[in-house]
Write a protein that binds this ligand. Structure first.
Ligand SMILES: Nc1nc2c(c(=O)[nH]1)N[C@H]1C(S)=C(S)[C@@H](COP(=O)(O)OP(=O)(O)OC[C@H]3O[C@@H](n4cnc5c(=O)[nH]c(N)nc54)[C@H](O)[C@@H]3O)O[C@H]1N2
Ligand SMILES: Nc1nc2c(c(=O)[nH]1)N[C@H]1C(S)=C(S)[C@@H](COP(=O)(O)OP(=O)(O)OC[C@H]3O[C@@H](n4cnc5c(=O)[nH]c(N)nc54)[C@H](O)[C@@H]3O)O[C@H]1N2
Ligand code: SF4
Ligand SMILES: [Mo]
Length: 678
């Protein structure tokens, strides 16, 4: 037998991940043999993260674990009993049901949920054209993730999608990693970018994260929900050490004087009392930060708290008061949106073809679906709400509603899929071309077709083009081809090559020198950084940020943080056996102090419970957490657990202070002892 001809094809990982790793697929005579990291990629440097190395060589390439045919439900909702049908039949059924609803004047009772199952600019956004054109109600995706932070930044600096250029870290003396855990959520940035930094790395996190442990020179292990108080404390230190940037404040900041009394009151002792830190930690960090040049990685974890929006506004007050923005080695990054590379996302979503769309928060999803007057149909794509959204028990019940016409489009048979009337099989990222605009670096990457989709699976965008045709929708933007989209997106960027060149390169830098944050000034009403925001005030929020700290958890209760797991991408990969071996049983990390008080040891079985649900878990006594606080990493498919639930069964869907967004990290529970380990 002759040796197969091996081709190495570059592509990009389109998961919702800061790293956006370059990938190479080793393809022998047209068959994918192995998915590897791209050695040329500036972040991946030839290595994938553990979860992707397993899952992309596991469940993502096993057709028997995929959805490969359109399906029609044959059993009860939730049972997962389906029969295959043709695309024609599936789309015909959906089209006639949706048209009936629209013709009855109830287009806004078509509820659609979506998120970042893929972040490809086409597969992740093109289907929005269809839903906004028919006037469906969108379940606002960011409300389950990062909306409070986005809006807080919008109030303060006018745009939440313009961050520092990571290339400028070499100019910084200090970087605060504030409420992000790169060791899980950006593993290559953790291993390379942060580890190689000459800047002093300070991690501010209630958990001893891998980044706090392996890389940080200083770890401020504050109590959760006390970040605003810390930001004011750091400003106090800056002020008393004459390190405020008065000239910057005078020229570029609106309303600093309105918070000065609170800054004066936030002395190190008071701040230490509110946050659980020591006065010395507050003083040292305050001086290092204010001296600069200092950068802040503004994590998404920190804003998922009851007053997460206020925390972000307070941290921006720290940046503004010390003038740590606009010079090399300064600034903060929440996220760099495609706009930093010139891409107008309205062109992907074609916002102007919308017909009066409305939205609801994920926090209200269960309530919306309970109410037949508000929801006649549910369409989910690129997300798995039954695993990731709040109030899981109640949500599951609403999905049993016989009169809720439910369509789910996914790559895999998730928990949410089990409740669908019609299931649409999506092609995965190895099976079509797309473009990824990474959300940390100002780069552009090609997602390249390596193989055909299995069975009848189709890319999201093709599914929605076909559905638009079935419904007789003639709007040309509902029928734009992938080739047109790829060229149009690239034409908006400074990159001068076409898709074929991008595909050859994998990832390209689009700027030849580091990009300035806010090159055209701050797009706020005053053109300044608005610590005092009339827009916020008009929205019923405090005019200025406040030095808030959450109350300490009541004795006997535990505050549970459920951040990113090292081995999963949200709920994705929980269906891979290799990943399942890594994640094992659901653990709750409990501090030795709490374990001793309750007579618990590692391996004991306990139940976490509150007024919305309960979850059996296994204790892991761990110094990584702190007294009064437990950790249960997010993710997992409920149907892969004996209890048929995950941590979101305990998430009440309470809203943070800004944007009706999740405050999942404010969750409190009772810990009930079931049985001791052998
Ligand atoms: N307790 C707790 N819950 C949380 C969080 C938390 O911190 N704690 N975090 C929240 C956050 S940050 C987020 S972003 C949400 C995420 O919540 P979701 O957006 O629901 O994320 P996943 O659960 O990973 O679901 C993504 C789905 O998209 C599918 N998919 C992948 N590629 C494609 C494709 O090309 N086409 C289609 N149609 N489907 C595809 C995957 O198979 C997967 O089932 O979860 C939130 N939930
Ligand atoms: N491996 C992996 N990578 C992922 C994901 C995943 O599920 N797994 N999810 C992706 C998605 S959708 C997102 S949004 C990002 C999120 O990634 P990150 O931005 O890193 O956010 P989280 O993992 O939610 O939380 C980060 C840290 O916030 C801390 N935190 C919680 N409450 C507070 C608080 O009150 N104050 C402070 N200072 N810190 C607090 C947590 O302890 C945690 O260590 O990761 C992406 N990358
Ligand atoms: S999930 Fe993130 S770290 Fe893992 S391969 Fe994809 S981009 Fe890289
Ligand atoms: Mo997220």
């Amino acid at each position: 037998m002759s040796k197969p001809t091996r081709k190495m094809i570059k592509t990009t990982c389109p998961r919702d991940c800061y790293d956006a790793c370059g990938i190479v697929a080793a393809v022998d005579d047209g068959h994918v043999r192995k998915i590897l990291g791209d050695p040329d990629h500036h972040i991946a440097k030839g290595v994938l993260c553990g979860k992707c190395a397993i899952a992309y060589n596991g469940v993502w390439r096993q057709p028997n674990n995929r959805l490969t045919r359109p399906l029609k439900r044959t059993g009860k909702k939730g049972e997962g009993a389906f029969e295959p049908i043709s695309w024609d039949k599936a789309l015909g059924t959906i089209a006639s049901r949706l048209k009936e609803i629209i013709d009855g004047g109830r287009h806004d009772t078509i509820v659609h949920a979506h998120y970042t199952g893929t972040v490809g600019l086409i597969a992740g956004w093109y289907p929005l054209r269809f839903f906004s054109h028919i006037g469906a109600t969108e379940v606002d995706p960011d409300t389950v993730c990062n909306k409070a932070g986005h809006l807080a930044l919008d109030y303060t600096v006018g745009d939440s999608l313009d961050g520092f250029d990571p290339e400028t870290l070499k100019d910084a003396a200090t970087i605060l990693v504030w409420g992000a855990n790169p060791s899980h959520s950006a593993p290559h940035m953790h291993k390379a970018w942060l580890r190689d930094a000459t800047a002093k790395v300070i991690v501010i996190d209630p958990i001893v994260t891998g980044t706090a442990q392996d890389i940080a020179e200083t770890h401020l292990q504050l109590r959760p929900g006390t970040d605003a108080a810390l930001a004011f404390g750091l400003l106090h230190v800056a002020k008393t050490h004459q390190l405020l940037d008065r000239e910057f404040i005078e020229n570029t900041v609106k309303g600093f004087e309105e918070i000065e009394a609170d800054v004066d009151a936030a002395d190190p002792e008071t701040t230490a009392g509110k946050t659980g830190l020591t006065p010395e930690q507050v003083i040292e960090t305050g001086i290092a930060f204010a001296k600069g040049p200092s950068m802040i990685w503004l994590g998404q974890g920190m804003q998922r708290t009851a007053r997460g929006g206020n925390a972000f506004r307070s941290i921006l007050a720290l940046v503004a008061g010390t003038g740590q923005i606009g010079k090399p080695g300064t600034g903060y990054c929440y996220m760099n949106g495609p706009g930093t590379r010139g891409i107008d996302m309205d062109s992907a979503t074609a916002a102007h073809v919308a017909q009066g769309t409305s939205s609801v928060s994920h926090m209200d999803l269960a309530a919306t679906l309970e109410d037949g007057d508000r929801s006649a149909a549910l369409f989910t794509w690129n997300c798995n709400p039954l695993a990731s959204s709040p109030d899981q028990g109640r949500l599951r019940k609403t999905l049993e509603r016989e009169d809720l016409f439910t369509v789910t489009c996914d790559v895999f048979p998730t928990d949410t899929v089990a409740y669908a009337d019609i299931v649409l099989p999506a092609a995965n990222f190895l099976e079509f071309d797309d473009i990824v605009a990474p959300y940390f670096h100002h780069t552009l990457s090609a997602q390249v077709k390596i193989q055909d989709p299995p069975g009848d699976a189709l890319p999201n965008q093709e599914i929605f083009r076909r559905l638009a045709s079935k419904m007789g929708l003639e709007e040309p933007l509902l029928h734009e081809s992938d080739d047109e989209l790829l060229s149009r997106i690239l034409a908006m960027t400074p990159y001068r090559g076409g898709f074929a060149e991008l595909a050859k390169a994998g990832t390209v830098q689009v700027f030849d020198k580091p990009r300035m944050q806010f090159p055209d000034g701050f797009p706020t009403p005053s053109g300044k950084i608005e610590i005092a925001s009339e827009t916020a005030e008009a929205d019923g929020l405090p005019r200025v940020p406040e030095p808030h700290a959450d109350e300490q958890t009541a004795p006997g209760r535990l505050r549970i943080l459920s951040p990113a797991s090292k081995w999963q991408m949200n709920s994705s990969y929980a269906n891979d056996r290799g990943v399942q071996r890594q994640i094992g049983k659901i653990l709750v990390l409990v501090h030795p102090h709490d374990a001793t008080a309750r007579g618990l040891k590692t391996g004991d079985k306990v139940t976490l419970a509150n007024d919305v649900g309960s979850l059996p878990v296994t204790v892991d006594v761990s110094e990584l957490t702190q007294p009064g606080m437990g950790v249960v990493y997010k993710g997992r498919w409920p149907n892969a657990e004996p209890s048929a639930s995950n941590i979101n069964v305990l998430h009440k869907g309470e809203k943070s202070d800004i944007g009706e967004a999740t405050c999942v990290h404010s969750m409190e529970v009772d810990l009930v002892v079931q049985e001791a380990a052998e």
